[in-house]
Design a protein around this ligand. Structure first.
Ligand code: GTP
Ligand code: MG
Length: 400
């Protein structure tokens, strides 16, 4: 049997050249030719910048990409932030106190995905002179508005409208994401109906006020299942300028290796930063999330304590056979990222091919970020000499 193999490395080289060209074009389209890439990766962490790969998201003028969490009191904002980024168990959120000032959380120290989340108090008042709209919305990448679907949502819709129109006037580039939250208490029919109703009312109101060009995205979420991770994955993905390139690489990898679905995961947060273009079904995503938990837990218990005791390192690799002839296959991509694939057992007979293609894929990802680093270097230093560019590139090479 013959599969459409990627046995010729030049094939991948060609592919990479294409995706790089498109990446550079995207970069221009996204920011315009004069856009200066922020240098936040160097000053963002408390510790010294170690030159490892990281993903500089769509950032604000100070170089710090920001996601705002807004919504009425008790809608679940702090719970979302704690569950997704601080591994709090959903039941513990029952004891969270109401937030009374803006809480800024830097998701940067351990995670590949680097940004700030600002958790707002529910009673925030835009007309308060202390509320600096320019500062808050000016450098914001995404605004997540949380609506409690178990409660009457008329007040929440009014607040949503006020928030969106305020923010849009200051910064029309913000992405507006509406989480219809706590849907764990709703039947399937009720969920769909709530989403339809909220979608319609929110959009109608914006149209009436002349904000036709504002685009709201809606998600059904709950901290009691994986839906909140899935929704946050999508929010974060929209802020990653390299996303089309990553998807392209995943598509090529998947189609040449007989794989059904592949996710590129940020291991710490378990949000996926990219996947191939076949539709995502929730069950596959949940399986892959669970696999990461299994790998990290087993490594914590049985792993050797070398390499600063991290549960996820360059040797992380795992294979789980399910009882329905499906295989889950996890490989480390770099310090923060893992590729998790779902494939049929008979396709795994060609593991050599998959492993070879994986190495090509990992190198390609590496090159994407090298281009990114070059762009950053060049814009930080308008008159670079060769040494300035080559030196940092060496430091991001993967430790094999
Ligand atoms: N059933 C259910 N309850 C949730 C969910 N998310 C949060 N909650 C509960 O909602 C309550 C309020 O959560 P918080 O995270 O404190 O809400 P908040 O929006 O930060 O509230 P303020 O800080 O007062 O603005 C807590 O008791 C949570 O346990 C969910 O997905 N489902
Ligand atoms: Mg709160």
């Amino acid at each position: 049997m013959k599969l459409n193999l990627l046995t010729d490395p030049n094939q991948l080289g060609g592919m990479l050249a294409d995706s790089r060209a498109s990446y550079e074009q995207e970069e221009e389209d996204h920011y315009g030719p004069g856009y200066e890439v922020g240098s936040y990766t160097k000053d963002y962490n408390d510790g010294p910048y170690d030159g490892e790969n990281d993903l500089n998201l769509n950032s604000n003028p100070e170089g710090k990409p920001r996601i705002l969490l807004m919504g009425l009191r008790r809608s679940g904002k702090s719970s979302i932030q704690k569950v997704v980024f601080h591994k709090m168990s959903p039941n513990e959120t029952l004891f969270l106190e109401s937030t009374n000032k803006i809480v800024k959380d830097e998701i940067s120290n351990s995670s590949f995905v680097q940004f700030q989340i600002w958790d707002f108090p529910g009673q925030v008042d835009f007309f308060d002179p202390n509320f600096d709209c320019e500062m808050i919305f000016g450098g914001c990448g995404a605004l997540v508005f949380v609506i409690d679907a178990q409660d009457d949502y008329i007040d929440a819709l009014m607040k949503l409208n006020l928030t969106v129109t305020r923010a849009y006037k200051v910064n029309p580039n913000i992405r507006f994401e509406v989480f219809i939250h706590k849907v764990d208490g709703l039947s399937d029919d009720h969920k769909i109906e709530a989403q339809r109703d909220i979608h319609q009312r929110a959009n109608d109101e914006l149209m009436e006020e002349g904000f036709d060009s504002v685009n709201l995205s809606f998600y059904l979420t709950s901290i009691y299942d994986h839906s909140i991770f899935e929704a946050f994955s999508k929010v974060v993905q929209k802020l990653i300028p390299q996303l089309p390139t990553l998807e392209n690489l995943l598509n090529i990898f998947v189609s040449n290796s007989g794989i059904e679905k592949a996710f590129l995961f940020d291991v710490v947060s378990k949000i996926y930063i990219a996947t191939d273009s076949s539709p995502v079904d929730m069950q596959s995503y949940e399986l892959c999330c669970d696999m990461i938990d299994v790998v990290v837990d087993i490594s914590c218990i049985y792993g050797t304590k070398e390499a600063d005791g991290a549960a996820f390192d360059h040797q992380s690799l795992s294979l789980i056979k399910l009882n329905n002839s499906t295989i889950l296959y996890l490989r480390e991509v770099n310090r923060f990222l893992a590729l998790v694939c779902i494939l049929r057992e008979d396709h795994f007979a060609r593991q050599g091919l998959i492993d070879y293609n994986f190495v090509c894929f990992r190198n390609a990802i590496q090159e994407v970020f090298e281009v990114r680093m070059q762009v950053q270097q060049a814009s930080n230093n308008p008159n670079p000499n060769v040494g300035d560019i080559i030196q940092p590139l060496n430091s991001v090479a993967l430790k094999e």
